[in-house]
Design a protein around this ligand. Structure first.
Ligand SMILES: [Zn+2]
Length: 327
């Protein structure tokens, strides 16, 4: 069994980071502007905006980057990281991620999420070699992004519940059977996130570091067991379905308008699904608020439509068994 490693985590003011190779920058515009203000001394071969997260767009990006540099840098959030992981694997180049906000767990994972036929699929890629963390940069990120990746740890609350429900219904495949020990570890990581939500949300360095650790542990746990059931369940499926509702049914080629952030979609998914699982959501709701995750970015009618569509959606896309199958 091939277990992907975590990237090396390097805490450093970005202006002190020396890069001598020619750099391919895959960036999100606002993030890149914020970083350049810090006087980077990089030899830039090409800089390109992270495209829509489809495989076709990623392949086009690979062709644009080919021969333009010796190392890939992803600057921004999960969308930049996912695109850059794909490019680095295809061009067999090293990859360094520079998160300008802790907006998702994508900086630590070994896969790239792509949109295909109205759902999110994960393509196996490689983890970055290094994640550069300048806590000043992250603290200066917009509040709604700074610590919003906490949703990928808080989702353990709903993910583990779903995983256990699936076991009790005999719906887990043999390679993803419910493991109470793993679920207990996952819940301990969830506790770390609940404890650091407020400090991370206001950009406190110790709070941000604690959130980085919680995200890294969550990813490492999933790497070890070979699947994401402890942290990905109905709350992510709600998010995928809501995204489809927002963008219309056509998710082909370029026809994708600006998407909501991961936090804006998964955050409400956690609360809505936890309520339907019969869980007390007060601590989760408070952690989401404290961390700055926007809980009202989805219009009410979209939320209602998504909840109505979700049972059919999870069947249509053959998603793992969760509470969404029983709504
Ligand atoms: Zn996620």
């Amino acid at each position: 069994m091939n277990i992907p490693p975590l990237p090396e985590l390097v805490y450093i003011p970005i202006r002190e980071w020396i890069e001598e190779d020619a750099v391919i920058v895959i960036k999100q515009d606002a993030a890149w502007r914020a970083l350049r203000e810090r006087n980077l001394d990089w030899d830039i071969g090409i800089e390109l905006e992270a495209p829509h997260t489809t495989e076709e767009a990623f392949r086009r990006l690979v062709r644009q980057c080919d021969g333009m540099g010796d190392i890939v840098y992803a600057v921004g959030g999960g969308a930049a990281a996912d695109a850059a992981k794909f490019v680095a694997r295809e061009l067999d180049l090293p990859l360094i991620c520079v998160p300008t906000a802790l907006s998702a767990d994508a900086f630590f994972t070994a896969s790239s999420g792509v949109r295909r036929d109205g759902c999110v699929h994960y393509i196996e890629t490689l983890p970055p070699e290094i994640v550069l963390l300048d806590l000043d940069v992250i603290a200066a990120a917009p509040t709604h992004l700074r610590a919003a990746g906490i949703v990928d740890v808080l989702s353990i609350a709903t993910g583990c519940h779903d995983w256990h429900l699936a076991e009790s219904r005999g719906k887990n495949p043999p390679d993803a059977c419910y493991d109470p020990g793993v679920a207990a570890i996952a819940r301990s990581i969830l506790d770390l996130a609940l404890a650091c939500a407020e400090a991370a949300g206001r950009g406190d360095p110790a709070g941000l570091r604690a959130l980085v650790n919680a995200l890294a542990m969550e990813v490492q746990l999933c790497n070890l067991i070979g699947h994401s059931r402890p942290e990905e369940g109905s709350e992510h499926h709600f998010a995928y379905c809501a995204e489809m509702m927002l963008t219309g049914s056509g998710w082909h080629g370029e026809a994708i308008p600006a998407l909501r952030t991961h936090g804006e979609l998964v955050g409400p998914g956690i609360v809505l699904m936890a309520e339907r699982q019969g869980q007390d959501v007060r601590l989760l709701r408070r952690a989401l608020d404290d961390a700055g995750v926007p809980m009202n970015a989805l219009p009410r009618d979209v939320t209602e439509l998504t909840l109505g569509e979700l049972p059919a959606y999870v069947r249509r896309h053959d998603l793992p068994y969760t509470i969404a199958w029983e709504l």
